[in-house]
Design a protein around this ligand. Sequence first.
Ligand code: SF4
Ligand code: SF4
Length: 98
Amino acid sequence: MAKRYAFVHNEVCVACGACENVCPRAAVKVWRGCMARVDEGLCVGCGICARECPAGAIDIRNRVEERFDSHCSPERAASGACPMCSQLASSPYKDKMF
Ligand code: SF4
Ligand code: SF4
């Protein structure tokens, strides 16, 4: 799976379909005319949709950051209690997340 993926801010999306039209992977679709939805399994995080979106509704996010940002802390990493925190402590994203 790619390291990055497109994240749609639903509250900003105006369902114009521009992202769907340009995605080379058919990974984003406008769902029931309401908002864009991304299939994270197909998305490779190329950013083409984000550049095309007239509403600025799409961020390209890093899957590693997303996995870790909900609970990790330096304390948990130091204690060794959490394998995810320990992984983050040695990752290139450490400075961004701790
Ligand atoms: S980041 Fe690329 S692959 Fe993912 S939805 Fe956007 S255009 Fe498609
Ligand atoms: S291009 Fe932007 S505003 Fe248009 S459907 Fe896609 S995410 Fe929504």
